[in-house]
Write a protein that binds this ligand. Structure first.
Ligand SMILES: *Cc1c(COP(=O)(O)O)cnc(C)c1O
Length: 243
């Protein structure tokens, strides 16, 4: 059936609770294979485009970390849901939206330009907060992706590290789309090695504790390679339909 003729009411309902259990089990198994504690990996449920009842179901199942890639969507959903949800900004952030998003999120995963970092710093100082951020790295050097190039990451971090109101906590990447998650193992490993390298440079105000990597198609491999945050959407909430 053509996309525009699809009647949403006829779609099979998504079993959010069942999907969360299965994702949970897969994360736990990947942790066991890698000899890691389950507690060393945080699952951020990526809720973009999904309706409130689905988010409420994940909330009832005990999940509190939700990820969105649009500032407007966070602003819309947040006031309608319990206040103890921790929102993560995972998508490309425009400078003119920083002021709006800052009070609503616990972490920004997508810092990748000085211009953006300066604005985050300026607005955070105004609010009197210190926002944890991750540096987005284009680890596979894809044309279509945002993020700093891996060879530029350390210098970029050294440049923005002194900015007040912002704490650099680690690196984030979106690996290439693939049918075979094993092909992304090298990218996750490279991101981890880059974090270790940067950590070794002991830059003031910078820690490399968090590695935000792994999505529905490849989160188990990412956990095996050291992810501390996995961002999982469609494996929990079903495919996204953009109209
Ligand atoms: C949408 C999105 C995800 C989740 O993608 P799935 O493949 O649905 O798990 C993770 N990270 C970012 C940055 C995203 O935009």
């Amino acid at each position: 059936m053509a996309e525009e003729n699809r009647n949403p009411a006829e779609e099979s309902p998504v079993d959010v609770t069942g999907n969360l259990k299965s994702v949970e089990e897969r994360i736990a198994a990947a942790c066991r294979r890698a000899g890691r504690d389950r507690d060393s990996v945080k699952l951020v449920c990526v809720t973009k485009t999904k309706p409130l009842p689905m988010l409420e179901e994940a909330y009832r199942d005990g999940y509190r970390a939700f990820g969105e890639n649009k500032v407007q969507e966070i602003s819309l959903k947040k006031p309608q849901l319990p206040s103890d949800i921790r929102w993560h900004m995972i998508g490309h952030l425009q400078t003119n939206k920083v002021k709006q998003v800052l009070p609503n999120v616990v972490m920004i995963h997508s810092v990748e330009s000085e211009h953006l970092a300066n604005e985050i710093s300026k607005q955070a100082v105004k609010l009197g907060i210190e926002i944890p951020v991750l540096i987005e790295v284009n680890i596979a050097k894809e044309e279509s992706k945002f993020g700093v190039m891996p060879e530029d990451a350390a210098q970029f971090i050294r440049t923005i590290a002194p900015l007040p109101g912002m704490k650099i906590r680690g690196l984030m990447t979106s690996a290439p789309y693939t049918e075979n998650p094993e092909t992304n193992r090298v990218y996750f490993r490279n991101l981890r090695e880059l974090a270790i390298d940067i950590n070794g440079q002991n830059i003031d105000n910078v820690s490399m504790y968090e590695l935000s990597m792994g999505m529905s198609g490849d989160f188990e491999v990412a956990v095996e390679e050291g992810a501390t945050i996995v961002r999982v959407g469609s494996a929990i909430f079903g495919e996204r339909h953009y109209s």
